[in-house]
Design a protein around this ligand. Sequence first.
Ligand code: TXA
Ligand code: MG
Length: 347
Amino acid sequence: MNTKVWKVDKYVDNLVNNPQVVDAAHFLRENEVVALPTETVYGLGGNAESDEAVAKIFAAKGRPSDNPLIIHIADREQLLRFVAEVPAKAEILMDAFWPGPLTVIFKKKEGVLSEKATAGLATVAVRMPDHPVALALLKVCGLPIAAPSANSSGKPSPTNAVHVMDDLNGKIAGVLDGGATGVGVESTVVDCTESVPVILRPGGVTKEQLEAVIGEVRVDPALTDEAAKPKAPGMKYRHYAPNAPLYMVSGTREFLQGLVEEKRQEGLQVGVLTTVENVEFYHADVVFACGRRAELETVATALYDTLRRFNETDVDIIYSEVFSSTGVGHAIMNRLQKAAGNKLITE
Ligand code: TXA
Ligand code: MG
């Protein structure tokens, strides 16, 4: 399959009449799959009401069929077509954070969406992305669009169109290239089917921000307890992994540098994932600065691109600094833990 690349400037007016957006929407209406930019990561979109389109999403990514997709919408009225009830707290969250990096889980209305999209569950995950190109595409095609991150399953999520093409060229109808995404980590997934909402996946909206508008919010125990079964099926899979084994290192930079030297003496090529503040400190084969530690949002923005850049080097092993788990650090550490398969070295 020849994968089209449609370049779109997200700042131009009247994106709903943009020929690239209109062409991409046409493919979606034909039940083809198209990658699209969002404010978090690129998504791989397909008609959520079509088994045919949804099957193409799973096939292109190599995604396990028990892992349900997030349904993307451009306006709130679309919700009522496929959601059975909208709890009061969900209403408040949507008012506060949509469009934006928050996915809300509702009880599903049966018989509207493809069963494959929801992996046969009684619930459905929904979000309204805060990206002008995504919103224009959703409006023009007029369909609810199922869209997981547009990477091959297991790889870091894509934050630009080159990442998408690296993984999916030849496997999808096209990619709308709207430039680099901003937030860099995926949306926060919140289950609103229980009286106290539960975070199933930390993401772009922090627990603190959620609690500021709805009060108490719980965190799925599986996020901290490896033995517990996660409520978001996708959270049980290893993800985001670079090719070389990655270790998180908790300790001083001198301690991390010591680990680097040990491995180099064994003849290995060693990579270090750090931030702008410490990049000059380390001596290794490859040292990448992933944003600024003092502004964790910049670490989130750069994380997946940094993990992917290690694959363009010859490193045999990667050591990463760790971050505080507050605010967006919760999502950063969750993704790093997955990328590292939980391997942590403590001083
Ligand atoms: O920021 C994002 O959310 C991106 C962009 C493209 O919108 N999308 C994304 O989708 O990250 P994906 O498929 O990579 O992750 C969706 C997560 C998975 O962990 C999945 O198991 C969970 O949401 N999920 C989806 N539907 C669910 C449901 N009904 N109940 C529990 N978890 C659900
Ligand atoms: Mg994903």
